[in-house]
Design a protein around this ligand. Structure first.
Ligand SMILES: [Mn+2]
Length: 330
C-alpha cells in the first residue's frame, strides 16, 4: 500500500476548490503532469484552476485540458489547496503564483533531487523518471480512475522526460506505467507524431544556425570532450523561431562521438544567458548547475547567468572542464 500520498489525499477529500501549477517554460512533463492531476481532480467533481505562467508550447496544445490552462491569477482564490508538480522551487512557479494571496495548503509533488520542499506537504521522489509517474501513483493511491484523457497526459509526461525511454531515469516502473497508460487509451504513434514529427520549418532554420556554432573542447586529460552550441537573439530573429523551438538542441551537442557533456548557451535577453547542460553520465551536471544557482538532474541541468557570451562561456566551461577532468581521468 502506497502511503506517500496520504496527506495529499486528505486535502483532496477535504477541499472543493483547487489550484494546479507547474514551472515556467513548461515542457512535456510540466504540462502533462499538470493536466493529469487537473483532470483527475475534476473527475471527482472538484473545481480546479490550472495555471502556467507561460503559454502551453504549441506541441502540447493537443493535450486534453490544455485549452483550460490560465496564465493569470489576479483575483483568483481563495483555494483550499494547490498542487504544484514537476517544480523544485516556488519561484519557478512564476510571479503570478508567488503573488497569490490564498493558495491554501501547497502540495509539492516532484522528482527533482534539488527540490527545496517549499510545500506544506512534500512528496519528492528523485527516483521517479517524471512528475507524471507520481501523478499516476497519486491516482492509484487515491483510487481515481485514469481515463483516456488523463492517460494521454501522463504518457506524454513520462515519454518526454525519459527522452522517449532512452535515459537512465527510465526504470522498469516507468515502462510498466507507460504500458498501463497505453492500455488505458494513450496511443504511442499518435502522440509521437504530434510531439516529435510536427515541428515548424523555422525550427530547422534555427537549428542550422545553431549547429554552425559547434565548438569541441578537450578537458585536458585525453578523455572525453565538451561540445558547445550557442543560440543568440539575432538567430531567433533571422529564423523567425520562438525561444522554445531551441529546446532539445543541446542534445545534438551531447550526441557527438567522444563528447561527455553538451552545453547550449541561449541568449535570453541582452547580457543574459540560459545555460543547458547534458551529460552522458560520468559527469553530474546538476552539481555544476547548483554552483551557478540552478538545478536539475545528473544528466540534464540548467541555470541562468549574466555577462557577454564570451565571458559566460569562459566561466561555465572552466567549471565543466574541472569537473570533467576529475570525473573522467584515465
Ligand atoms: Mn520532470
Amino acid at each position: 500500500m502506497d502511503r506517500r500520498f496520504d496527506a495529499a489525499i486528505e486535502e483532496i477529500k477535504k477541499g472543493k476548490k483547487f489550484l494546479t501549477v507547474s514551472h515556467v517554460s513548461p515542457e512535456g512533463d510540466a504540462v502533462g503532469s499538470l493536466l493529469g492531476v487537473t483532470l483527475a481532480l475534476r473527475s471527482l467533481g472538484k473545481d480546479v484552476t490550472a495555471y502556467l505562467e507561460d503559454p502551453v508550447p504549441d506541441l502540447f496544445k493537443f493535450l486534453p485540458g490544455a485549452d483550460t490552462v490560465v496564465h493569470n491569477l489576479e483575483g483568483a482564490g481563495p483555494f483550499d489547496a494547490t498542487f504544484a508538480v514537476d517544480c523544485g522551487q516556488k519561484e519557478r512557479l512564476g510571479k503570478g503564483f508567488v503573488n497569490l494571496k490564498e493558495p491554501g495548503k501547497i502540495i509539492n509533488i516532484d522528482h527533482h533531487a534539488t527540490n527545496d520542499c517549499f510545500g506544506d506537504v512534500n512528496v519528492i521522489v528523485p527516483d521517479a523518471s517524471a512528475a507524471g509517474e507520481l501523478v499516476y501513483d497519486l491516482c492509484k493511491a487515491a483510487a481515481i480512475p485514469i481515463d483516456r484523457d488523463i492517460a494521454v497526459n501522463l504518457y506524454v509526461a513520462i515519454h518526454t522526460d525519459t527522452g522517449s525511454f532512452r535515459y537512465s531515469s527510465a526504470t522498469a516502473d516507468s515502462f510498466f506505467k507507460a504500458g498501463d497508460l497505453v492500455r488505458l487509451g494513450a496511443e504511442p504513434w499518435d502522440i509521437s507524431r504530434r510531439v516529435y514529427e510536427n515541428y515548424p520549418a523555422r525550427k530547422y532554420k534555427l537549428l542550422g544556425m545553431v549547429l554552425s556554432t559547434l565548438d569541441i573542447i578537450d578537458a585536458g586529460n585525453g578523455g572525453p570532450q565538451v561540445a558547445i552550441l550557442s543560440v543568440t537573439l539575432d538567430m531567433f530573429k533571422r529564423s523567425g523561431a520562438e525561444k522554445d523551438l531551441a529546446d532539445g538542441f543541446v542534445n545534438y551537442a551531447r550526441g557527438i562521438e567522444g563528447v561527455e557533456v553538451g552545453v547550449l548557451f541561449r541568449e535570453a535577453a541582452p547580457l543574459e544567458y540560459k545555460v543547458s547542460m547534458r551529460s552522458k553520465g560520468q559527469v553530474d551536471v546538476a552539481v555544476i548547475s547548483e554552483g551557478f544557482g540552478g538545478g536539475g538532474h545528473r544528466n540534464a541541468a540548467g541555470f541562468m547567468v549574466k555577462g557577454t557570451l564570451d565571458e559566460v562561456k569562459t566561466r561555465v566551461i572552466t567549471v565543466i572542464k574541472e569537473k570533467m577532468y576529475a570525473a573522467t581521468k584515465v
